[in-house]
Design a protein around this ligand. Structure first.
Ligand code: ASP
Length: 331
């Protein structure tokens, strides 16, 4: 038999408001009950460009579309925007002046696809999805990824635009690889969403660290590092110094911490704390490192945390689309 609490768990917020008085619940109980009610659909993404990206994703989510379609459509916005110089078209090049893109995608059935070090293709996330849906593999890199993309009808185009080329030529004068936390010479769009069907998916795409060595992969195309989704538990994505995220297999860790009963917020905090601990252990300077995680559980509860202040993320739910400054470790 369905008891009162089970009923409340499965009903909507609007129904709860009407139904509660007849159950005679006290205010404290109302708050408790509301926290177990699923908030969906909802989409979260990293940095300022998360706002327009969320808007595109929301168009799909609000029409009962699939989270997978929403995250792909969402991250394609900054990918295709030449003024966003850390993702996709117009992204900053590696030290050889080549724009090499990384992306991965994961759906509610744990289907995964990724591309690494992909050149000349504006929307690596769609190539990652094609890898997922049309090949027996989960990751293609370099020339093989390009060859596959072209075979799927993706168009080859120049991704190195004037501004990024100018910056690269300037950089060549010193050729010092020194990514600075929150100075915009990197940044990734990671997006995670829960759709009205209760399914989770995620996407992550970047041009990576500016002036990286040619062939360098960060966390962003690596399932488990830059992105992870477990449809029974939650989803997480990352931005920042990819080497540090890979070191702790960051997003898989966040989702596993949620599985252990942690809130998405607490899970992000623990993952960041682990990076901090290892940074100290390795005698590295924490000041030089920025990593941010965002996470979502099956109930639509969200979390975000980073090492240094300055990381923000965008959340779109039924109440609107907003940018939030993440809490941070070095406060
Ligand atoms: N995580 C990306 C990378 O390491 C860069 C970033 O998000 O800042 O390539």
């Amino acid at each position: 038999m369905t008891n009162r609490r089970d009923f409340l768990k499965t009903t909507s917020m609007a129904t709860v408001a009407v139904t509660l008085p007849s159950f005679g619940l006290k205010a404290a109980e109302v708050i408790k009950v509301q926290s177990v009610i699923t908030q969906k659909p909802i989409v979260l993404s990293t940095w300022n460009f998360g706002i327009p990206a969320n808007t595109a994703a929301w168009e799909i989510l609000k029409n009962n579309g699939r989270a997978l379609d929403a995250v792909e459509a969402g991250v394609k916005i900054p990918e295709g925007d030449p003024t966003e110089r850390s993702v996709g078209y117009g992204g900053r090049p590696d030290r050889d002046g080549r724009v090499t893109l990384d992306a991965c995608i994961m759906d509610e059935l744990s289907n995964i696809g990724a591309v690494g070090c992909l050149e000349y293709i504006k929307h690596p996330i769609s190539v990652a999805r094609a890898v997922m849906e049309k090949t027996p593999h989960v990751m293609l890199v370099g020339d093989g990824a390009l060859q596959f993309a072209l075979s799927q009808g993706f168009v080859k185009e120049n991704l190195l635009l004037e501004e990024s080329e100018k910056e690269w030529k300037e950089w060549l004068k010193t050729s010092q690889y020194k990514p600075i936390a929150n100075i915009e010479n990197h940044d990734t769009i990671g997006m995670i969403a829960l759709d009205t069907h209760g399914n989770l998916s995620g996407a992550c795409t970047t041009s990576g660290m500016a002036f990286k060595m040619h062939g360098r992969l960060g966390d962003s195309p690596i399932i488990g590092a830059g992105l992870y989704v477990d449809n029974e538990i939650g989803a997480a994505t990352a931005t920042g110094h990819g080497e540090e995220v890979i070191r702790i297999v960051g997003c898989h860790l966040v989702v596993e911490l949620i599985r252990q009963g942690k809130s998405p917020q607490k899970a992000c905090e623990e993952a960041v704390e682990r990076i901090v601990k290892l940074t100290k252990l390795r005698n590295k300077n924490l000041k030089d490192i920025q990593v941010g995680f965002i996470a979502l559980n099956k109930k639509g509860e969200t979390g975000a945390y980073c090492i240094q202040g300055g990381f923000n993320y965008a959340v779109h739910d039924a109440t609107g689309n907003r940018l939030i400054d993440a809490e941070y470790f070095t406060k």
